[in-house]
Write a protein that binds this ligand. Structure first.
Ligand SMILES: NC(=O)c1ccc[n+]([C@@H]2O[C@H](COP(=O)([O-])OP(=O)(O)OC[C@H]3O[C@@H](n4cnc5c(N)ncnc54)[C@H](OP(=O)(O)O)[C@@H]3O)[C@@H](O)[C@H]2O)c1
Length: 295
């Protein structure tokens, strides 16, 4: 990113509070670095304190930010209780939130179930972010103009929702679960954009490209092999974070909402992702699963 881009984009973002899930690794870590470099307050979320503290040190070093401008919060997105604690801890220590980057994500070769009884990919990538966003929504509104960025993936193109078996109790496949979770994030983005009309809160989603991170490396079998093989042809984490940082900070997208971006450009997402009835149904089901009630 060039110096002039940083200066131009940093005006709005300076001093703004940005919460980034998955901030200890890959795209999330470089999103935190990019935002901290522009003068934002980067609140990074990690599930592991030691990893989080090491990444926080690196973010401070690489961005040149003051140490008090980079904060660490701990939460495990496989637990809805942990997400509720994260939101409550955040709200106890911050009165405003200008940018929420729902970035954390994983792919798992074998189906596992969280203690909430949900398929792990669905809960981590989608439902926990649905809950977190809803718990922080009033503060995002009172801090407006503010922005929500959901980090999704072109993998959603092969995703389909089956409301009879959202938790994939039969026919599990790593890509099937992953693409479904990413499609859910996009349906959520478009539905939320409609609900937020006129509030000054925008919500967009991003495909970061194929990026050399830890994503998929810990999964077994063919997938981790393919991820390692693709490594040399992939973008760096810094480049992978570029569109997230752009959406969080650029005046060019200040009023853009309900869009899917890649390489800083709006593109079409899958046909299914524009199904408004499906988005509304997913919203209702997610409210129930997350223990929320519509006000
Ligand atoms: N890399 C790509 O090519 C690519 C392409 C399209 C979309 N994406 C998306 O980009 C986002 C960032 O991924 P990445 O590529 O930067 O991979 P990464 O390096 O593996 O980072 C993923 C982050 O999510 C965190 N995370 C995973 N499970 C969590 C949980 N249960 N609770 C809290 N945090 C959790 C990880 O924490 P730990 O470090 O503790 O595991 C890590 O900080 C993901 O949503 C991914 O789906 C990536």
């Amino acid at each position: 990113m060039s110096g002039s881009e940083i200066l131009g984009e940093s005006q709005w973002i300076q001093g703004k509070v940005c919460l980034i899930t998955g901030g200890n690794s890959g795209i999330g870590k470089f999103t935190a670095i990019g935002l901290a470099r522009m003068g934002a307050i980067a609140v990074m979320v990690s599930r592991d304190r030691a990893k989080g503290e090491a990444a926080r040190d690196e973010i401070i070093r690489s961005s040149g930010a003051k140490s008090e401008s980079v904060e660490l919060m701990i939460a495990d997105l496989t637990s809805l209780d942990s997400v509720r604690r994260l939101a409550s801890d955040f709200l106890q220590t911050h009165s405003s939130l200008h940018v929420l980057v729902n970035n954390a994500g994983l792919i798992l070769a074998k189906r596992t179930v969280t203690k909430d009884g949900l398929e792990t990919t669905f809960e981590t990538n989608y439902l926990s972010h649905f809950l977190l966003t809803n718990l922080l929504l009033e503060t995002l509104k009172s801090s407006a103009p503010s922005r929500i960025i959901n980090v999704t993936s072109d993998a959603h193109l092969s995703g389909h929702l089956d409301f009879e078996d959202l938790q994939l109790s039969s026919g599990y496949g790593a890509m099937k679960a992953y693409s479904r979770s990413k499609l859910s994030q996009i349906l959520f983005t478009y539905e939320l954009a409609k609900r937020l009309k006129g509030t000054g809160v925008t919500v967009n989603c991003v495909h970061p490209g194929v990026v050399a991170t830890n994503w998929g490396r810990k999964s077994a079998g063919l997938l981790s092999f393919a991820v390692k093989f693709a490594g040399p042809f992939s973008l760096s984490s810094e480049k992978g974070a570029d569109t997230s940082v752009y959406l969080a900070s650029s005046p060019e997208v200040a009023s853009v909402t309900g869009a899917y971006f890649t390489k800083r450009k709006q593109v079409r997402s899958s046909r299914e992702s524009y199904d408004e009835a499906e988005a509304q149904r997913l919203w209702q089901v997610s409210m129930k699963l997350a223990g929320l009630s519509d006000s």
